[in-house]
Write a protein that binds this ligand. Structure first.
Ligand code: GDP
Length: 535
């Protein structure tokens, strides 16, 4: 899908290509309309002829994420991929984030690979739990956030109240670029606060084609909408008095958030969002390496793995590592170095993947996402580079809160069992912990959300041919310890020390009181907290 245009300025190709990349993800609570918006964005960019082709629900031709029976049954999206399309002179990369709350760890990792986020809010519900959690990650990482108030065609909250909610709960100053004409549920259109024009809301049958935008000057808007227009103008003027005008520097610094009002299901506001992404969202910037030195985007090729996945669907039983390019040009077939092992990695099979649709990638630039096929050596967080060595910081692993012993039901399938467990570990579905006492046939799986156990059980049986049973353990907390402290820690009552695949020693406690007691009695022991999933 990536086309290589000749650079318009005499810049190196990589700089001009990077400058036109916009890489972002949508953060939202389930049901806010993320799938609908994704579909509408793709439609606007004319990737697909009519809405429905990238959406997996309700009788439509699903391509996003219907690779798992369980996922279908639950109607949730578990997989992650990236959608790339051109819009105006930009190349937009939309990274999919899994929708269910339990998969937040995956989503957090996706957020390490984006340059901006779109915070999608249901007008009737305001800021919901999952949105706030994901927003916390964006804030932590300093990612600029664009806010979209969705479902304005349905009764919901008052627009000014919503702005107060955004400002109070996120600490960001909302700077609405459009303002609704008509209360939620009576969506007439929006006032464009930048030029005072009126964009009338038009519906298409089921939102199936691009909604034509009708733009009217203020006088015509008043004649047409009467009081609804006057109210919008007055409210917009009220905002003028509260620093609610867009300021690019403050937006990029994570202090303000541009806001638009939309109805994704009618495709209204979607074009505006694309324009904002192109005009305001940042292009890829130099990424700091593990030592904190920023690698310029025009430096030789480098990328990091933010997601590993296998068994996408029956037709492609393979393992994919998704990399986000941080610098330089990626060319399919190039041999790069895997920073963790120092070994060469041949990129013969490189693809854009969105759901089931795959296309070979021949060339890609900073900001782009490439799926590397048969990437068995690659783990989440790994760095790949060409020529000049670089290692990006490892991706955060979150503190697991649920623990269970996993055992193969069929001892004859031990090889399959080992392979499957190894795969789940490197994908980050679960952290795999072992000890001599428990042995190789009964490792402990540690997860952030309990649904990850269900995914593990399902995949072990269906993908690796090794049915397993799960026995939950009573622990709720994991902390880091070290070899010197381990024997004393393990000797404490109700505590177990296990080793993670990467060598890290984790001590598992049933509750925080046990942990505190041990810390107080033996302050010399190493017991370090891991990053909590809530941040
Ligand atoms: P997701 O869980 O965030 O991906 O949400 P979906 O895109 O699946 O949308 C959830 C429900 O809200 C679906 O029934 C959509 O048709 C509906 N929906 C999405 N956007 C809008 C909107 O702008 N207006 C209205 N009225 N419904 C919407």
């Amino acid at each position: 899908m990536t086309t290589t245009h000749a650079p318009s300025a005499p810049l190196p190709e990589v700089l001009s290509q990077a400058a036109r990349r916009r890489t972002f993800a949508v953060i939202s609570h389930p049901d806010a309309g993320k799938s609908t918006l994704t579909e509408a964005l793709a439609l606007h960019a004319r990737v697909i002829g009519s809405a429905g082709a990238v959406h997996g629900k309700a009788g439509r031709r699903g391509t996003v994420s219907d690779w798992m029976d369980m996922e279908k049954a639950r109607g949730i999206s578990i997989t992650s991929a990236a959608l790339q399309f051109e819009y105006r002179d930009a190349v937009v990369n939309l990274l999919d984030t899994p929708g269910h709350a339990d998969f937040s760890e995956d989503t957090y990792r996706v957020l390490t690979a984006v340059d901006a986020a779109v915070m999608l809010i249901d007008a009737a519900k305001g800021l919901e739990a999952q949105t706030m959690k994901l927003f916390a990650v964006c804030k932590h990482r300093g990612i600029p956030v664009i806010t979209v108030v969705n479902k304005w065609d349905r009764p919901g909250k008052d627009a000014l109240e919503l702005m107060d909610e955004v400002s109070e709960r996120t600490g960001l100053t909302p700077t609405p670029l459009t303002w609704p004409v008509g209360i939620s549920g009576d969506f007439r259109g929006v006032l464009d606060r930048r030029d005072g024009s009126y964009h009338r809301f038009t519906r298409t049958a089921g939102g199936a084609t691009i909604a034509p935008e009708e733009v009217l000057p203020a006088a015509a808007a008043l004649a047409r909408e009467g009081d609804a227009w006057t109210t919008a103008v007055e409210e917009s003027e009220l905002l003028d008095a509260t620093e609610a005008d867009h300021d690019q520097e403050r937006f990029l610094a994570g202090e303000t958030t541009p806001v638009i009002f939309a109805s994704a299901v009618s495709n209204f506001g979607v074009g505006a969002l694309l324009d904002i992404l192109v005009d305001l969202a940042p292009a890829p910037t130099p990424r700091p390496d593990a030592e904190g030195a920023a690698r310029p985007v025009e430096a030789p090729f480098s990328a990091f793995v933010f997601k590993v996945q296998s068994g996408m669907d029956a037709a492609h039983r393979d393992r994919l590592a998704y990399i986000r390019i941080a610098s330089g040009v990626f060319e399919r077939g190039m041999v790069v170095t895997h920073s963790t092992t120092g070994r060469p990695f041949a990129t013969k099979y490189a693809q854009h993947v969105f759901g089931r649709d795959r296309e070979s990638v021949d060339v890609a630039y900073p900001g782009d996402v490439v799926g590397l096929v048969n990437a068995n050596a690659l783990h989440v967080g790994d760095t790949l580079y060409a020529d000049a060595k670089v290692t990006y910081p490892p991706l955060t692993t979150f503190a697991p809160e649920h623990f269970a012993v996993v055992r193969g039901k069929d001892t004859a399938k031990f090889k399959q069992f080992r392979r499957g467990i190894g795969q789940l570990n490197s994908e980050g579905v679960a952290q795999v912990l072992r000890s001599d006492r428990r042995g190789d046939a009964a490792p402990v799986l540690a997860v952030v959300g309990p649904m990850q156990f269900e995914v593990a059980v399902h995949r072990m049986e269906n993908e690796f041919g090794a049915p397993v049973s799960i026995d939950h353990l009573p622990y709720t907390i994991a902390v880091r310890t070290d070899a010197a402290s381990a024997p004393a820690v393990a000797a404490a009552r109700g505590v177990e020390v296990l080793q993670r695949e990467d060598g890290e020693l984790l001590a598992l406690f049933m509750d925080k009181w046990d942990l505190r007691t041990l810390q107080q009695r033996n302050p010399e022991l190493t017991l370090e907290p891991m990053v909590a999933a809530q941040l």
